[in-house]
Design a protein around this ligand. Structure first.
Ligand SMILES: [Fe+2]
Ligand SMILES: [Fe+2]
Length: 160
């Protein structure tokens, strides 16, 4: 299965519909922020791409759904080796990043740090200002203090 086919599969199984704040537009912005951060910190860009696609893909509830991270981690494990390929250490990073992404932790591993910062930099889509205190990277902290418009421009996000 190539990357586009897997993306399509993930989109088709998403349960919350087109208008969800946790759907594809969010995934694409998380990918853009994540790649911006990941290039700066020499993180694993493949893990970041997969995190962006998968981390919210197993939400069953729009608002309160504390198990959506662990579910995303299990979905990643299930599809690794079938729908995409990662080395075992990469899969470990991806599953930890997915499992704990909404717990408010920071992380010292560059790849997980970039994944979590990328997700939190898109919080203003739900009217929550990104908070530098919850960012793991210096660049994440810097971007968190910018207005959404400027932040998205810096990360190369096309504003629709
Ligand atoms: Fe989430
Ligand atoms: Fe998210």
């Amino acid at each position: 299965m190539d990357r586009d086919q897997f993306r399509q599969l993930v989109i088709e199984q998403f349960r919350l519909g087109q208008d969800s704040a946790h759907f594809e537009d969010h995934w694409l912005r998380v990918e853009a922020y994540g790649l911006h951060l990941g290039r700066l910190y020499r993180a694993d860009l493949e893990v970041i791409r997969l995190f962006a696609l998968l981390h919210d893909s197993q939400r069953f509830e729009e608002c309160y759904d504390p198990e959506h991270g662990p579910r995303a981690a299990r979905f990643a494990e299930l599809h690794c080796g079938k729908s995409f390929s990662l080395e075992p250490p990469q899969l470990e990073l991806l599953t930890e990043a997915c499992r704990d992404h909404d717990r408010g932790f920071t992380h010292r591993n560059a790849t997980i740090a970039c994944c979590w910062d990328a997700d939190r930099l898109d919080l203003d889509r739900v009217c929550i200002a990104p908070d530098p205190n919850y960012m793991s990277t210096g660049e994440g902290k810097r971007l968190a203090l910018k207005r959404a418009w400027d932040r998205q421009k810096e990360a190369g996000i096309r504003i629709s």
